[in-house]
Design a binder for this molecule. Structure first.
Ligand SMILES: CC(C)(COP(=O)(O)OP(=O)(O)OC[C@H]1O[C@@H](n2cnc3c(N)ncnc32)[C@H](O)[C@@H]1OP(=O)(O)O)[C@@H](O)C(=O)NCCC(=O)NCCS
Length: 192
């Protein structure tokens, strides 16, 4: 505890540390207030590194000890549901959108700048794309998964327990448990 305090003082100085504590305190209060106001179903001891943006009210479920980077956007549409497990970290500027269902398990590490969207726009010829219905298929990310920075996880994908996804991958198909997958589209390169 003292060691942690010493290293924080070393990094920020006493005044910096004081300002940081005040800043973090207010983000926490503000985010909790918004979650409460929006009727989000959230657990205990959630950590926030900055302002986050959540819509979808009680269709968004956040587990205990979840941790959010600044600028995270979570949006469950009118028929969508989003689950974020216990002790899971969602990195800064990650965007999670569910028109049906997106689940992230417990103890996951979702690095910054990830996109998880369970829908495509309809693209039938002869009608404006923006006027077409979504093509929707759930995303399930099991527990203890680490997704590297800047990945996109597309609709209908299941990422198995303990899998690792390399930075900047685009995940278009299921990834088996305890494997490491990289690239566009993401392919398994080895087992852990
Ligand atoms: C996926 C990852 C964990 C693999 O690490 P590793 O097991 O040490 O793998 P290696 O470095 O031995 O790479 C194995 C092969 O995959 C390739 N590779 C590794 N990561 C890659 C990636 N993100 N995209 C494409 N190819 C990748 C390597 O070039 C290598 O190819 P080669 O065999 O042809 O030389 C790592 O490369 C990675 O992407 N980490 C994410 C970092 C990150 O986002 N950090 C944010 C933390 S919050």
């Amino acid at each position: 505890m003292f060691k942690k305090f010493k290293s924080l003082v070393w990094q920020h100085g006493f005044i910096g540390l004081l300002l940081l504590s005040i800043y973090q305190f207010w983000w926490k209060i503000f985010n909790y207030f918004i979650l409460f106001l929006k009727g989000v179903d959230f657990g205990k001891n959630i950590k926030f590194e900055g302002l986050i943006n959540i819509s979808g009210g009680k269709r968004v479920h956040i587990g205990n000890n979840a941790h959010f980077g600044a600028g995270v956007i979570i949006s469950a549409g009118p028929d969508g549901e989003i689950f974020i497990g216990d002790d899971t970290y969602i990195g800064t500027h990650t965007i999670i959108i569910a028109n049906k269902y997106v689940k992230i398990g417990n103890n996951c590490l979702i690095s910054p700048f990830n996109y998880m969207i369970d829908s495509n726009h309809g693209i039938a010829l002869g009608k404006l794309i923006r006027l077409q219905d979504y093509d929707v298929d759930p995303i399930v990310i099991e527990s203890d998964v680490w997704i590297g920075v800047g990945c996109a996880v597309l609709k209908g994908v299941k990422i198995g327990e303990g899998a690792v996804i390399g930075a900047r991958a685009v995940v278009t198909k299921d990834i088996p448990p305890y494997t490491i997958a990289v690239g566009v589209p993401a392919k398994v390169i080895k087992k852990r």
